[in-house]
Design a protein around this ligand. Sequence first.
Ligand SMILES: Nc1nc2c(c(=O)[nH]1)N[C@H]1C(S)=C(S)[C@@H](COP(=O)(O)O)O[C@H]1N2
Ligand SMILES: [Mo]
Length: 436
Amino acid sequence: MATWDQLRALLVESGAHPDDVDRFDVAASRRRFLTKAGKGGAALALFGFGAGAGPALTGLFGRGLIPVAWAQEAQEQEIPGKPGMVVHNTRPINGEFPPHLLDADVTPTPRHFVRNNALVPERAANRDPQGWSFTVDGEVNRPLTLTLDDLRRMPAVTMPLLIECGGNGRGFFDPKVRGNPWRRGAIGCAEWTGVRLRDVLNQAGLRESARYTAHYGEDPPIGGAQPFSRGIPIAKAMEEHTLIAYRMNGRDLDPLNGYPARIVVPGWIGSCSQKWLTRIWIRDQVHDSDKMTGYSYRVPAYPVVPGSRPPEEHMVIATEWTVKSMITDPAENTRLQPGQHVAARGHAWAGEDRVTKVLVSTDFGVNWSEARLRQLSNPYAWYRFEADLQFPDMGYYEIWARAFDDKGNAQPFAQPWNPRGYMGNVVHRVPVRVGV
Ligand SMILES: Nc1nc2c(c(=O)[nH]1)N[C@H]1C(S)=C(S)[C@@H](COP(=O)(O)O)O[C@H]1N2
Ligand SMILES: [Mo]
């Protein structure tokens, strides 16, 4: 059996950047390396190449370009309801799908990522709505308790909405930061059905003193942690696209995505979208749970030196996403023939802002052309972009996509760094090989 060090040496010898190899030295994949890879050839196979492909790899593993290994991991672990999910953890469950599996305008439930801080509640696992309700209390005139039937009797809305984990893209942070090394797939745009949160809050009657929400769910914490809880300012809670959802893509919620009901706060980091909802506490101050304070879901108020630790009082709550895009077709590492035309496509989104254009490049950012761009439904669903590309000559290329918003922001080429790896929005680079 090969040791990790032997495999690491082999991959580095084959042209992989040591930092990129180490990025995969996370407990889960390490275990798989040790059990699955008997010798060097197997290690290369894990990275998507046949034995003897060593020399051809040189140059392919530029920094940040090591997606093949990751695609391979997808087959390793099956989570019920989420076939093919790339699983970072099983306790709690955390997993994502690679961009080429997220091409649909509306993300199918089996392809919607899962980000859990705690265990899946038994009620959700059993899909048993008996006895479930949630309360609204705190700075309200009429505290409420609502059952699933109560929710279903209220006016319902249905719309595709983006949920994206604040840590999506963390895997591209350099130096590495702790936390799930999400690549690009901790995002989904499912069609959610539910009631507007503001309808529920209006029913409870917000007091003048109401300032912030505090959300609670019934997922049992692991290892003595506080129950996972975050909140949002009242203005965002009252926004018409902020929902309490009880249907996802026309069905009951998936147990992993919050059955029987969850909050959906589109455009903001996913942690605002409390799953397995049990309580909305209206507060007269900014919510101050563990996950609202310190370095949790907070970013420095100014750009910091990569790897440094800014003082806690310089950290501010992470809220809405900034402009981003993702190429969903072709898949990373697609092989093409010289002269081949490629209809490239993907998604763009911009938190609270509007996407104004997406530029694409096939020559490492030297030349750019504007993709066709369409807003698909509401501003909190992703936009579609498409571009006709051609690769006349053989060689190694990358398709780059860069989205711009109506505030004049664009995606960066190098990921700005923060201590916990939030809000990653570096340009997506899809490697393609033409006749090589
Ligand atoms: N009760 C509860 N709600 C939660 C979480 C959690 O751990 N417990 N995780 C949050 C985080 S960090 C994210 S990114 C989203 C993920 O939603 P999804 O698993 O449906 O994709 O749920 C949020 N809601
Ligand atoms: Mo998240």
